[in-house]
Design a protein around this ligand. Structure first.
Ligand SMILES: [Zn+2]
Length: 353
């Protein structure tokens, strides 16, 4: 039999209509009506069976067999539905779907790897007594650069590095402006972490993105020293990467801290032997840090002879890449479920922390 004959007999159409009508019957009486309509002696199936004579001798048994199977299936479906309708007390809506269809697979999401890493980092700092501060992504040049002691001719103020909205407003290039905003409204002692998205006018490549997550830390009190900075940073690295990590501070320059240092940890992959992750140096750069520059205190209105403090900042994307061996920063925002779902080891609570 070919497809034309099948459509002439319209077995599919008959099947579809009868299954639908059976599943939509709400009472045993309605169900019986449908049984008579489709399977009764004068029912539609008899019509279809009659039309078999139009087929060739060879085709008849094939189509006949098919119709018999269908008849059995409909009878079984009616019995099943009847049992269901008779047991339901009438208040409840009976199941009206087709129980022979396969079930729909439940969809379960998961926490994005960056949020997961950030949550772990925050947990460590909350344990050390830090609290959370946030600020706007669209920022004034004043907070992003000027109050952080960036001179007017500093290269990062160039439009090639920064997305300017107009002369005074930009997309923040770092989370540090939140420090200034926070200092304006609070007096020491203060101890905060500032996670957030930052933006740079970069051409994306495996290690650069135009937007990424950063986290800043700030601790100010009357007697904060470089030793406290080393202590907190080392505690974080040991908690996050393992207590056998060696930590070193390398002198560096940032406009808003003095002295400033970049923080390296011994490579967790090769334990300092040298490998591709650490570019054969045995060390991995983790963050920038330093003692808050007195100029920044002055902008915030703090007495520079009374308070001291430290600040540090790290790229969350970079930390996640190191921790999970991810080779391309662009993967984080590519929205590829094959990548994202690798990190879904816990059920997503629906709360973005
Ligand atoms: Zn290494």
């Amino acid at each position: 039999m070919n497809d034309d004959d099948a459509s002439r007999l319209d077995i599919e159409g008959f099947e579809e209509r009868s299954v639908k009508a059976i599943m939509e019957a709400r009472t045993p009486e309605m169900l019986e009506e449908q049984r008579i309509r489709f399977l009764g002696r004068k029912g539609e199936i008899t019509e279809v069976l009659r039309s078999i004579v139009r087929l060739s001798k060879d085709e008849r048994p094939v189509v006949g067999g098919r119709l018999n199977e269908l008849k059995q299936r409909l009878n079984a479906l009616i019995e099943e539905r009847k049992a269901l309708l008779e047991t339901s007390d009438g208040d409840e809506e009976p199941f009206c779907g087709d129980p022979t269809l396969p079930g729909r697979r439940g969809w379960e999401g998961g926490r994005h790897v960056l949020h997961r890493v950030l949550a772990d980092i925050k947990e460590i700092f909350f344990g050390m007594g830090y609290s959370l501060a946030t600020g706007p992504d669209v920022e004034l040049d004043y907070y992003n650069f000027e109050a952080l002691n960036f001179p007017p001719d500093h290269p990062s103020r160039d439009t090639q590095d920064t997305f300017y909205i107009n002369r005074d407003i930009l997309l923040r290039t770092q989370t540090s402006p939140v420090q200034v905003r926070y200092m304006e409204r609070h007096t020491p002692p203060l101890r905060i972490i500032v996670p957030g998205r930052v933006y740079r006018n970069e051409t994306p490549d495996p290690s650069h993105a135009a937007e990424f997550l950063q986290m800043e830390g700030l601790y100010i009190d009357t007697d904060v020293s470089l030793a406290d900075l080393k202590n907190d940073v080392t505690f974080f690295i040991h908690s996050f990467f393992g207590s056998d990590a060696k930590v070193r501070f390398r002198p560096h320059f940032f406009p808003f801290t003095e002295p400033s240092a970049e923080v390296d940890m011994s490579c967790f992959a090769c334990k300092g032997e040298g490998c591709s992750i650490c570019q054969k140096t045995g060390w991995i750069e983790i963050m920038g840090s330093g003692m808050v520059h007195p100029h920044v205190f002055r902008y915030a209105g703090y007495e520079t002879d009374r308070y001291t403090g430290f600040a540090f900042g790290m790229g969350i994307d970079r930390i996640a890449m190191l921790k999970y061996g991810i080779g391309d920063i662009r993967r984080f925002l590519a929205n590829d479920l094959r990548f994202n779902s690798q990190f879904w080891t816990e059920i997503w609570s629906g709360v973005v922390e």
